[in-house]
Design a protein around this ligand. Structure first.
Ligand SMILES: [Zn+2]
Length: 265
């Protein structure tokens, strides 16, 4: 097998933004809203039974999100359900604007960190984000199924980027919302606090067994070549594990790499 290319840790703010400032209908009743950085993508599913947001962006770009919803004829209180793909600030920051009127859902491993505002993991304050109500009303489990009308959303626990990361799969249309687990192209998102490269490889190998036509990631544009991007991500994570192992001296002091830099422990 050809050696995988060297993985690189992405710049958190430096994704492709081909539709900057544009809200794009990706499939019937499914929209991608791309608030300004540092926000992640927000996806709207305006289905026949329920109106759902996948992620809520950052707190400080809520006005942008609300305006894009207004253009689609929606008020924030029209959202029935907000599903967080994981516990990072750029995916949960808008939750307080919806938590009085919508159900907020996240995997149980993410829910505790969101509710506790576990700064070590969420990075809210680090990125200048605030907010006063981070209740999570529905603690999701692997294989939960949510019926929104024309679509069914299957929750897949995919730890790696963080411990509470999920992908959300439509088993009949074969698209998948991936949060920061997989983005388009040769970019390996970092395994941040609570994450694990080993768990990541396990999660991606499971996704590779599934029929997926398109990925809708938490940053940047969609991927219409899921097999390529999933395979690259798994190989890059394996390479990272190998590099880390080889960087450790036998019997030496353990060095834990948690971000682009490193931290002695
Ligand atoms: Zn993230």
């Amino acid at each position: 097998m050809a050696a995988p290319q060297r993985p690189h840790i992405r710049d958190e703010m430096n994704f492709e933004r081909p539709d900057e400032g544009k809200t794009v209908e990706l499939a019937k009743n499914i929209w991608r809203i791309m608030p300004p950085p540092p926000s992640g993508n927000v996806y709207l599913i305006q289905d026949t039974l329920k109106t759902v947001l996948i992620d809520s962006g950052v707190y400080t770009t809520f006005d942008y999100l609300a305006e894009e919803l207004r253009k689609l004829g929606l008020r924030p209180q029209d959202i029935d359900l907000v599903i967080n793909t994981h516990e990072h600030f750029d995916h949960i920051g808008g939750n307080p604007y919806f938590s009085k009127t919508a159900l907020i859902a996240a995997h149980r491993n993410a829910a505790t960190k969101i509710e506790l505002q576990d700064e070590y993991v969420t990075h809210m304050k680090e990125y200048g984000q605030v907010g006063d109500d981070f209740s999570v009303h529905w603690w999701l489990e692997n294989r939960n199924l949510i019926w929104t009308g024309d679509y069914k959303l299957k929750i897949l626990h995919t730890p790696g980027h963080t411990s509470g990361s999920i992908c959300i799969y439509e088993p009949f249309q074969h698209f998948m919302f991936t949060g920061d687990t997989v983005v388009r192209g040769e970019i390996l998102t970092p395994m941040l606090e609570s994450g694990s490269a080993g768990d990541f490889v396990n999660s991606i190998e499971r996704l590779l067994t599934m029929k997926i036509k398109v990925l809708y990631p938490g940053h940047g544009p969609e991927s219409t070549d899921p097999d390529r991007d999933l395979t690259w991500a798994a190989n890059a994570a394996r390479e990272r594990i190998r590099e880390f192992r080889e960087s450790q001296a036998v019997g030496g002091k353990r060095r834990i790499q948690i971000r682009a830099g490193s931290q002695e422990a």
